[in-house]
Design a protein around this ligand. Structure first.
Ligand SMILES: Nc1ncnc2c1ncn2[C@@H]1O[C@H](COP(=O)(O)OP(=O)(O)OP(=O)(O)O)[C@@H](O)[C@H]1O
Ligand SMILES: [Mg+2]
Length: 394
């Protein structure tokens, strides 16, 4: 049997030990303290089958609050309350907050039985949201981060996951570049979404989020970045995690985003991170600095792969050398397509509409295939007409 992992939230070591002892024959328990801003993040990154929350004495109220907020981020998480002895009022409070069960520390055998039956009922209870987040970082302004994020998200929506919700989260600065490229008006921005955190649901997503005609959802930062100061970092982080539960793929353009905490968090919950770096000394220099900063803050830079921006074989600086110098893997090249890009920008259309077979898009298709594990259906509309023809001739 796969080892089960439980998280126990309490400030009291004895209580943790008691629960740990009761459960050690079925799995490993990890102890987390209250009041950790990153609690929600840790729960996600540790991955867990069940999270136990301390409802003892004065804790009951904040335990209920924590239960509620964790379930917003991880709707399928199995929260179990615990106390020395459970009275019906306490159990009710926990259940109202969304806990699925309650155990008593003074009855370790019962606690173990309860947990075993939970695990049997639902053998795998992933705490992790099901969507994937893929983040594009820019070594410096102008290297093509937004263009890459925008086209990747569009390809994913149109050719790879046409029936699934896909979001382009445009954290680039100046705000709203991606929306401009896609000729889509974004009225509901990231801060609006964070302010709606407590009432966030599918209906809000359908009505408030901007959608490109392909169905791709787009969300930007507010025009006035000062608005970011009015939202709490924890709420912003919760929002990011939540987006992963609602969208199959979230592509994040972290181009010029300066808010370090949120940046680190977004990187932390990203499943893939690409750094766009051109074959120029300033670009490599900026990339080194950025990676140095991230490494200093404990981020594992091995998770980042390089994409050569505006790749040109004539430039005497090989991408493999750059990647080696930066000590990151090389994920691919985005060919230089200056004239095509300018032409697209001037008519306000993405390259995908103007030249669907452009080598730039083929490079991104490689990434989309790796990400989704499926081969895209190029031009679904055309395939439909082939099908229709087949049936009409039959
Ligand atoms: N592969 C490419 N070949 C040629 N030009 C490109 C390529 N990718 C992007 N560009 C052009 O480079 C310019 C900057 O692109 P983009 O806005 O995507 O970069 P960015 O890294 O997001 O910049 P910023 O930091 O300003 O947000 C745009 O004019 C875009 O059309
Ligand atoms: Mg940009």
């Amino acid at each position: 049997m796969v080892e089960k992992r439980f998280i126990v939230v309490t400030d009291n070591e004895t209580r943790f030990n008691e629960l740990n002892d009761a459960l050690k024959s079925i799995g490993t328990s990890v102890w987390l303290h209250w009041n950790t801003d990153l609690l929600a993040q840790l729960v996600g990154s540790l991955g867990t089958d069940i999270i136990f929350i301390d409802f003892i004495g004065d804790n009951a109220e904040k335990a209920a609050e924590l239960t509620r907020s964790l379930l917003v981020v991880y709707p399928r998480l199995w929260v179990v309350g615990f106390a020395h002895r459970a009275d019906s009022g306490l159990i009710l409070e926990a259940m109202r907050a969304g806990a699925r069960d309650f155990v008593e520390l003074q009855s370790p055998m019962d606690a173990m039985r309860t947990v075993k039956s939970i695990l049997e009922q639902s053998p795998s209870l992933p705490a992790q949201p099901s969507g994937k987040m893929i983040t594009m970082l820019g070594a410096r302004p102008g290297v093509g981060t937004t263009t890459a994020a925008m086209h990747l998200s569009l390809l994913l929506k149109q050719e790879y996951l046409p029936d699934q919700p896909v979001l382009l989260l445009d954290f680039g600065y100046p705000s709203g570049d991606a929306a401009l490229y896609l000729d889509t008006k974004v009225a509901f921005n990231f801060c609006d979404a964070v302010r709606s955190l407590r009432r966030f649901d599918q209906a809000l997503l359908n009505t408030a989020f901007a959608h490109h005609k392909s169905g791709l959802a787009i969300m930007s930062l507010p025009q006035n970045l000062a608005e970011l100061r009015d939202i709490t970092p924890t709420d912003a982080m919760t929002m990011l995690s939540l987006l992963k539960s609602y969208f199959k793929v979230v592509v994040v353009d972290l181009g010029g985003f300066a808010g370090l905490d949120l940046l680190l968090y977004a990187l932390g919950i990203s499943d893939h991170v690409h750094l766009v770096c051109e074959q120029t000394i300033p670009s490599v220099y900026s990339a080194r600095q950025m990676l140095g900063n991230l490494r200093d803050r404990g981020f594992d830079a091995e998770r980042i792969g390089m994409l050569t921006g505006k790749y040109d074989t004539r430039i005497d600086m090989a991408p493999a050398q750059i990647a080696e110098n930066l000590q990151i893997r090389l994920d691919g090249h985005l060919p230089q397509r200056t004239e095509k890009m300018i032409a697209c920008a001037n008519i306000g259309k993405p390259l995908l509409e103007v030249a669907p077979n452009d080598p730039y898009l083929n490079a991104l298709r490689g990434i989309a295939t790796t990400l989704t594990g499926v081969t895209g259906v190029r031009n679904p509309a055309q395939n439909m007409s082939v099908l229709r023809k087949m049936f009409s001739y039959a």
